[in-house]
Each structure stands twice: as structure tokens, then as C-alpha cells.
Ligand binder design. Structure first.
Ligand code: SF4
Ligand code: SF4
Ligand code: SF4
Ligand code: FES
Length: 590
């Protein structure tokens, strides 16, 4: 590693060459305010001018997020001219900003407010015209409000990096510039997969999840039987809303909080995940042994399903017909559970707590209704649950650890827990497929060859007593596209593929807690590289602690089939637990 000698505020330091001033200063213990720069240059427009400093060798002040350090450079962050310029830059941003912070769901994690405080910016410093406002509330998953946009471009870059999609871009020029899907369309009228990755990186309230907290409140008010189910990945991130280190599992406290919020039953979606494995594993075996369409591709990620319907309509027969775990569980709550409890399905309101914004889109699909009744009535994200807990005055860290409700669907296996990580659905399915093919359990339990926590493609050849199953895993649509094009060209060597919409899987979903280094002083500097791995560990450790680690060994799943569904892939199971897909006209080009 080559290094250079620099001085910051007159103090000598030796730093890696090639770093920007912003990065070098951080390593030396200085925080220069910044806004548009994000994640090691993932976004580096150099447009906000919030990071200006004095540096020798440069004419005037320089944007520290794009200017590299060089030998002998002397940097002054505290030069009066730099302090004044940074403050002015933030004041300019505030002058064209809708400052209704009290009503803004980003309040508490807003980077604009943070740099305003850091620089001492005064909101009223510049008065003048405001640019035209565009608000899109039509999409079930995401809301766009340009009155809060600082034109940093992070959302544009994230959509490209995660998915190879360019849904968002800058429209118009100069003062009239705004961020939007092409031609100022709304998200619903574009091939946006509603994954929420852009929401995760937006520093302000310009992009937010479409909140459904009001719907949940209304259901309580209407006296419905309000049942909640929480997805595996939520427990690995919810603690971050309350200051816990990233990757701290908070399952017991989350259950206690949900109970105190008034939910009648608190269930784990892991039961639904076990059910998915029973159905999907059986479907895979049928396809393998009876000449069905291969490779079979998992279908539990609605962001991925959206992508497939927009862009690969010809490949839809490859998708498993299984509903996603929370939809399966919702369907069981409104049928079997309702029957056992003697409650009419219309009087039940199912709320799913999800790491994912695309689940808000998924739950309103016509194909996910049974007799006109949706399986799930509302989806709230990990962040929305955090807000509900806070507004109710619950002190999260003082809660006791409680257990899920145990009746009817309280048991779950370790296989269900790992659904939240890329490779997890594949591993869970393999544990059951191995048993179904050989009649015995896989001795090692874990198929570690399919594990990982980042985007990109992983592949493995799994030998099941002489039958080799070639598998591949992709997360983020950029990676998925490679596998899909191979299938289209007839070159795919795989029998089973897992695809997740968000890079790293649900632990990195668009509804998880924001990972903002500025608000995480106790986390290490490389937190943006390591947070997915930390959250994944929280789920793998829960899997290891489970006595039952295969879906087919979950006793309540066995009972559900004995008493109600018959067998996996039965007529009744198909009616309740399987779905269909349809190519969506108009967006078949990427
Ligand atoms: S984006 Fe930030 S500054 Fe703007 S209204 Fe929301 S909290 Fe306030
Ligand atoms: S929701 Fe996903 S697909 Fe849509 S614009 Fe944002 S990042 Fe792109
Ligand atoms: S919507 Fe958010 S991320 Fe996108 S340019 Fe505006 S402020 Fe930046
Ligand atoms: S953070 Fe440097 S110009 Fe925006």
C-alpha cells in the first residue's frame, strides 16, 4: 500500500494514497460534513458542496469528497472561509426545501437536518422561489416528494448498482431539475420493482416507504381480530431503531413489543417459511422426476417477481408457483386458523412486519386473494414497526424477552429462520429435498456451500446420494439477469435457482433500518461493507440454536397437513398456497 504524508489542521498524518480528502480525514479522526457522497464513491456527484475545505495546491476551496490527497498536502477543515462556505451550501439547500420536519418520517434519520446542525445553517438565510413540486403517492410501496429532494443522485446510482435498472433519473435542467422515473411517470407506471433500495440511501424524506400504520390503527379501531406475523429478517435489524449494534437479534423484545401494541396473536413468519419449503421442495421434486420446467426458480421475493413479470415474461413458467411465506401464512390464518377459532375470515386483519417495501405491492395482487379476501391486509416495514413502538411510549430495551404465540402455528424450524439471507431459501429447501429423496436426514444439516451475504452469483453442485442437483443463487437484479439470459439462450446448467430482489437478500431489504455511518459513531468505519454479514449472522445463530432445523420436522406443519391440507401440492394446498404470474405489457424491454 503506497502512502502519502499530509497535514490536517497542522498535524502530520500518513494516509493511503488515492483516498479522497473526506476519506483520509475520517481515518485521521475528523468528520467533514457531506451529503451527496455515499458509500466509497457509489455516489459521487460532487454537487452539494457541503464538504468544502481548504487544501494546498488547489485554487479556492475544494469538494473534499472528490478531491484526492497528495504528498505534502495541507488541509484546513476549520478555515473560516471553509466553515462559512459549508454553512452557505446547506442554507441554499434548505432555501428550496419543504421543512415540515414534524410530519416527516425521515426526522430522526435525516442527513440534511444533521448537516444543518453540524454547519450551523440557518433555514431563513435565503428566501426566494421554490421549484415545482412533484409528489407520487400512487405506488403501494414508495412515495416520492421532490419538495424534499436535494438532487444528490444517490437513488439513481443505487437503482443502477443493485439492479442494472435506471428507473430514476434527473428530469429537466437547472432550477427545474427534479428526480423521477422517465417522463415524470409515477412508480406504478414504470418498470420499478418497488424494492425500496433507493429509499434506503435517500438522505432526506424525498423517497419513503408508503406507510400503512394508519390502516393498522383503523383495524384496531374497527374491532377486528388483528393478527401480526413478523418475517425472519426483521429481528436482525429492528434493534438498530433503538440503538442496538447492527446484527443484534432482538426476537424476544420484538414479540413483547408487538403484544404491547395490542395485537391479538403474535406469530413468526418462519412457520409460513416451513410451509413454503414443504410446497416448494415437493414442486421441485416433481419437476426433477417428472420432466417439469427446469431450472425452477424461487418466487418468495416480490421485487424479483415484479422484475420477472416486466422483463422476462417468457420465463415465468420457471418460477415456483408457491406464494411467499407471509402470504401462505396469511391464507392459513384466514382459513384453517379461522375455522379452528370459530372466527369469520372477514373479521380477521392480518398485518405482516416485513424487511421489504415490495411486499406492500405484493399483498394487493389479485392473484393473492382467496374468494376475494386478501391473504394479508397490511404490510409495515421494520422501520414502521420501530415508529409504532416509539409513539406508544414503549421503552424497547426494558422489555422482557417473550415467546411467540404457540397455538396452531407457533413452532418453526431453523430452516425457516434463514429465509432472510441470500442462499437461505435454497439451503432450507435442500435440507428437505435431501430427506425426501433419500429417506434420511442430511448428517451435516447445513449446506454451507450456498451461503454468502452479498450480491453476485454463487453456484454449487449438490450431491444427494448420487443425484447431483446444480444450483445457483443470485440477489439483486443485476446478477439475476445473467442467470436469466443463460436460461433464455438455452445455456443454463442449473436445476434450481434462488433469486432475491435485494442485494444480500431480505436482511438488506428496502424496509430495514437505515445504515447511515453519520448516525452510527460506535460502528466501525467499514460498516457499509459489513452490515449485511452482521445481520446474516444473527439469523444463522438462531438457526443453530433450534432443536428442529428442517421444515418437514416442524410438528405443527405435520399436523396442518394431517388435519387440513392433506399432503404437499394437494388440491387444497394449491387453492390456498400457490399462485400465478402474468407478463406485464409495456415494460418488456430493460
Ligand atoms: S427531509 Fe429532513 S429536513 Fe426535510 S422535512 Fe424531512 S426531516 Fe426535515
Ligand atoms: S424501488 Fe427499486 S427498482 Fe424502483 S426506483 Fe427504487 S431502487 Fe429502482
Ligand atoms: S430522491 Fe433522495 S436520493 Fe434521490 S436525488 Fe433526491 S434526495 Fe437524493
Ligand atoms: S458531499 Fe461533497 S459535494 Fe456533496
Amino acid at each position: 500500500m503506497s502512502t502519502v504524508n499530509i497535514k490536517i489542521e497542522g498535524i502530520p498524518y500518513q494516509v493511503e494514497s488515492g483516498l479522497t480528502i473526506l476519506e483520509a480525514a475520517k481515518k485521521c479522526g475528523y468528520e467533514i460534513p457531506s451529503l451527496c457522497a455515499f458509500n466509497h464513491g457509489e455516489c459521487n456527484q460532487g454537487s452539494c458542496r457541503v464538504c468544502l475545505v481548504e487544501a494546498t495546491g488547489a485554487r479556492g476551496l475544494v469538494a473534499s469528497c472528490v478531491y484526492p490527497v497528495n504528498e505534502g498536502m495541507e488541509i484546513r477543515i476549520s478555515a473560516p472561509k471553509a466553515i462559512e462556505a459549508r454553512r452557505r451550501s446547506v442554507e441554499l439547500l434548505l432555501s428550496n426545501h419543504n421543512k415540515n420536519c414534524q410530519q416527516c418520517d425521515k426526522n430522526g434519520s435525516c442527513e440534511l437536518l444533521y448537516v444543518a446542525q453540524l454547519t450551523g445553517a440557518r433555514e431563513e438565510a435565503f428566501a426566494g422561489a421554490h421549484s415545482e413540486v412533484h409528489i407520487d403517492r400512487l405506488a403501494p410501496a414508495i412515495v416520492r416528494d421532490t419538495s424534499k429532494c436535494i438532487l444528490c443522485g444517490r437513488c439513481i446510482e443505487r437503482c443502477k448498482n443493485a439492479h442494472g435498472l435506471g428507473i430514476l433519473g434527473f428530469e429537466n435542467r437547472g432550477f427545474k431539475t427534479f428526480v423521477s422515473p422517465a417522463e415524470n411517470r409515477n412508480f406504478n407506471d414504470s418498470p420499478c420493482i418497488q424494492c425500496g433500495q433507493c429509499v434506503n440511501v435517500c438522505p432526506t424524506g424525498a423517497l419513503m416507504e408508503h406507510s400503512e400504520i394508519d390502516k393498522v390503527d383503523a383495524a384496531f379501531k374497527a374491532g377486528k381480530h388483528v393478527i401480526v406475523q413478523a418475517a425472519p429478517a426483521v429481528r436482525a435489524s429492528l434493534g438498530e431503531e433503538f440503538g442496538y449494534p447492527i446484527g443484534t437479534p432482538v426476537t424476544g423484545k420484538m414479540i413483547a413489543a408487538l403484544r404491547r401494541l395490542g395485537f391479538e396473536k403474535v406469530y413468526d413468519v418462519n412457520f409460513g417459511a416451513d410451509l413454503t419449503i414443504m410446497e416448494e421442495g415437493t414442486e421441485l421434486l416433481h419437476r426433477l422426476t417428472e420432466g417439469g420446467v427446469l431450472p425452477m426458480i424461487t418466487s418468495c421475493s416480490p421485487g424479483w417477481v415484479n422484475y420477472a413479470e416486466y422483463n422476462y415474461g417468457d420465463l415465468l413458467p420457471h418460477l415456483s408457483s408457491c406464494k411467499s411465506p407471509h402470504e401462505m401464512q396469511g391464507a392459513i390464518i384466514k382459513s384453517y386458523w379461522a375455522q379452528e377459532k370459530g372466527i369469520a375470515p372477514e373479521d380477521i386483519f392480518v398485518v405482516s412486519v416485513m424487511p421489504c417495501t415490495a411486499k406492500k405491492f405484493e399483498k394487493q395482487r389479485e392473484q393473492l386473494k382467496v374468494n376475494g379476501i386478501p391473504d394479508v391486509d397490511a404490510v409495515i416495514t421494520t422501520r414502521e414497526l420501530g415508529r409504532m413502538i416509539k409513539r406508544s411510549g414503549i421503552l424497547f430495551d426494558r422489555l422482557p424477552d417473550e415467546e411467540w404465540d404457540q397455538d396452531i402455528m407457533g413452532d418453526y424450524s431453523g430452516a425457516g429462520v434463514i429465509f432472510g439471507v441470500t442462499g437461505g431459501v435454497m439451503e432450507a429447501a435442500l435440507r428437505t429435498v435431501y430427506f425426501k429423496l433419500t429417506g434420511k436426514e442430511y448428517g451435516k444439516v447445513e449446506f454451507t456451500e450456498v451461503r454468502g451475504h452479498d450480491a453476485g452469483i454463487r453456484e454449487a453442485a449438490i450431491d444427494i446420494d448420487g443425484t447431483v442437483v446444480n444450483v445457483a443463487i443470485a440477489s439483486g437484479m443485476k446478477s439475476a439477469k445473467i442467470l436469466l439470459d443463460e436460461i433464455r439462450e438455452g445455456k443454463s446448467k442449473y436445476q434450481f435457482i434462488e433469486i432475491m430482489g435485494c442485494p444480500g437478500g431480505c436482511i438488506n431489504g428496502g424496509g430495514q433500518s437505515y445504515v447511515r455511518p453519520v448516525f452510527l459513531p460506535k460502528e466501525s468505519d467499514d460498516i457499509l461493507d459489513t452490515y449485511k454479514e452482521k445481520r446474516a449472522k444473527a439469523l444463522y445463530s438462531e438457526d443453530e440454536r433450534q432443536v428442529i432445523r428442517q421444515s418437514h420436522n416442524n410438528p405443527q406443519i405435520v399436523e396442518l397437513y394431517e388435519k387440513y391440507l392433506g399432503e404437499p401440492n394437494s388440491h387444497k394446498a394449491h387453492e390456498l398456497l400457490h399462485t400465478t404470474y402474468a407478463a406485464r405489457e409495456g415494460f418488456n424491454e430493460i
